[in-house]
Design a protein around this ligand. Sequence first.
Ligand code: WT7
Length: 651
Amino acid sequence: MGAWIMEETIESKLEEYELINPPEDFVKQANINDPEVYKRAEDNPEKFWEELAEHIDWFEKWKRVLGWEPPHAKWFVGGKLNASYNCIDRHINKRGEKTAILWEGEKGDIRKYTYNELLEATSRFANALKNQGVEKGDIVTIYMPMIPEAVIAMLACARIGAPHSVVFAGFSADALADRINNAESKYVITTDGYYRRGKILEHKNKTDEGISKAETVEKVIVVNHLDNEIEIKPGRDVWWHEIIESADSTCEPEKMDSEDMLFLMYTSGTTGSPKGIVHTTGGYMVGTHVTANWVFDLKEDDIYWCSADVGWITGHSYIVYGPLSNGSTIFMYEGAPDYPDKDRFWEMIEKHKITIFYTAPTAVRAFMKWGSEWPEKHDLSSLRLLGTVGEPINPDPWWWYYKNIGYEKCPIVDTWWQTETGMILITPLPGITPMKPGSPTNPFPGIKASVLDDEGNKIEPGHGGYLAIERPWPSMIRTVYGDEERFINTYWSKWGPDKYMTEDAARLDNDNYFWILGRVDDVINVAGHRLGTMELESALESHPDVVEAAVEGIKDEIKGEAVFGYVILSSGSKEDEKLKQELRDKIVKDIGPIAKPKGIVFTDDLPKTRSGKIMRRILKAITNNKDEGDTSTLQNPEIVDELKRKVKELD
Ligand code: WT7
């Protein structure tokens, strides 16, 4: 295990004894405020989940709660249900006229869908998809910005049993092509464009470029969001508004098996191309429904805002499936947090009387840097609960968030989970758990999380180890799409097939609170987005002047981590700013703007073992100006100081 895992941050050590009780007024009204729930879940986890599954509507009840043949889990075996039915139809009698989606565009335009309207829009589009040839089981790629049609498209796919694969709109054309190819997707849903900081992004052009590198695509459905001139390829491209016109407004939801795939979500890992994480229907719906209700304490009159993008798992579980299955009003915003000014979020919270706000630590750090004068311009007293997700939040921004946004009356739920876990696994329950700034606190009831060493032994509190999940949970990953071997190797081979390897390092404190120390694989967490070093390196290496490249994460005040590149050039190439710019552009083009390197260093060599393997641990230490530890196994130990000097010169 790398020495750095053992390292304890001074910050967390200092803060770990600080317990902040949830505000009393909050506790009284909380959906869950009896700690007995943890014991009940622990006594009989299967029974616990079975009772919770009753909160979902089933066309046919399951025959068995869990089939567990490690590492293969089947939940609610034999049950039949539909995710879109659970998110829409079942609310119609009780809350048909309630707002389901409240959307604000960057320019300030507002759109609303009641549950009745959402049912009609989803049903029409579901029929339109069928008319375009989409069948149950076909994977539909959704490449859309934050507009209501993105949610409608997801729900329509779920309605007809076509798994969706949503690709983050900020990702590049190449990233889109990779994902379409891996899923062999025949259908793509996109838009003409969208706004970012007042500028129009030509999204359809990027979609076309991606599709030009993908062989399987037959039909492209385009939402007219901006009314701008775009090229339509006859025979392939159709307009959303045209195909829904002739489509029927009612659509019987498909009776899906509990274990039918609901969606694919690609994410980065240690090696090679992104992995398609497969989530199925029954367990996923139970897991996201219950966690949304308990962790966010959802009530009938809440206006709930998760500021993530629908292109990430957070958007799937906690914009769409969790909150809508609870009948909530979800708020969505199209644009940037600092447009037209740095109080845009606070202005919207005040205007729409948002009650629950869930965001990323990187956003909180940016808000804190912009200053408390921005939230001070607004009345944020409608808020009653705050949340964070994606990376550890340091105590400073935690306190800033708690005081300036939550007025010290809102609990903060720091939620730990992953694309693979589907639902929140480590989190406070806001009506029960005393908070500690920087710690996601305890496993959700029924979840068995532990900190293990290489051999699978429990590690004592105070020391770092690997974060493992030792018992199946309903919304867990079922496989890596088309790559069962990778599924097993990545997650279930470190300690055998019954213990899930999270690829995170963690440590417990004396109160048994979890502290997340970061990833142990070659993944860089940039502002809560997972980027694989391999993909970044291939992007650099595909530049004709580059012989070899290595990429590491460097600490960043706002983003947590940023990308830092080391590049070996072919002889004769000129080490100048122009080339650096080309390399930056290459990464932005191949991966997306979030991956833009913070620094690039040209070098003749990299720290390598005698067998020629780059020593990541040492490169990481060089990048972050830390002690590199033992360098005796390097074939070229002198490179360490040389690179350290070069990194320093860039500062
Ligand atoms: C990785 C998963 C699932 C939500 C968005 C990210 C890190 C996530 C926390 C947290 C510390 C966190 C972990 C994890 N992470 N939440 N509350 N505290 N770290 O999903 O892209 O699949 O990334 O994000 O390193 O493994 P993802």
